[in-house]
Ligand binder design. Structure first.
Ligand code: SF4
Length: 216
């Protein structure tokens, strides 16, 4: 508690780093990533397990100052699952107020009603498909992006059916990405073309440039 008895607005931060945005619409732009600690899910392909527990408590001012130090226009709030910390919404608002182009990467397992987001739909091979929050889809608009990480042909067929069942392509932009080192990108590209599927194929730029290295 501060001297005035007011609890500071803090978040547990795993890392803040400067890199190129590797996915979605802002791919390639220099971006500051704010990775929040913690996630209630355990996807089998998770590449940020180091963010489940480790991190330091920082107040919003300290986070803003660190972000500012990199001099970038784009900020991506990620995790873990950033929405697991309620103060994430305050951080998003402060970043937007400061004039940054802000994106949020979330698993889709928590309520996104209050934010514009890039949401991961969990496929069966993630082992967390039961955590997809179907209610979230009603909040999607053209500003949002849904990403499917595809691990296998079964995942691809499931994702295609899921898109059609929930009419997701009419609501927002859809990204299909091959799971790193699990599915051939070429194979996924060929399936999309063969099916005339109106989705955007994407590979994670940071994985191509740096491999599976934290902080990149
Ligand atoms: S939701 Fe994201 S951070 Fe959490 S386990 Fe799944 S891939 Fe990892």
């Amino acid at each position: 508690m501060s001297e005035q008895g007011v609890k500071p607005e803090r978040l547990r931060i795993n890392e803040i780093f400067h890199s190129l945005q590797g996915e979605a619409d802002c791919v390639g732009f220099p971006t500051v990533f704010v990775r929040l600690t913690g996630c209630p899910l355990r996807c089998q392909y998770c590449d940020t397990e180091y963010a489940f527990h480790a991190g330091d408590w920082l107040d919003l001012e300290a986070i803003l100052e660190k972000v500012r130090s990199f001099g970038a226009s784009y900020v991506c709030v990620t995790g873990g699952e950033p929405l697991a910390q309620p103060n994430c919404l305050k951080l998003l608002a402060r970043l937007c107020d400061a004039g940054y182009q802000v994106s949020l990467e979330t698993s889709g397992a928590l309520d996104v009603a209050a934010v514009d987001a890039r949401i991961d739909v969990k496929t069966p091979a993630s082992n967390e498909a039961s955590r997809n929050r179907i209610e979230n889809f009603q909040h999607l608009t053209a500003r949002d992006q849904l990403k499917f990480v595809i691990c296998s042909r079964e995942d691809y067929d499931w994702s295609k059916a899921f898109l059609q069942e929930h009419h997701l392509g009419e609501r927002c932009r859809i990204l299909f990405s091959p799971s790193y080192n699990q599915l051939s990108p070429t194979l996924l590209a060929e399936w999309i073309l063969a099916d005339r599927l109106p989705v955007r194929f994407q590979m994670q730029l940071h994985k191509i440039l740096w491999g599976d290295v934290p902080g990149k």
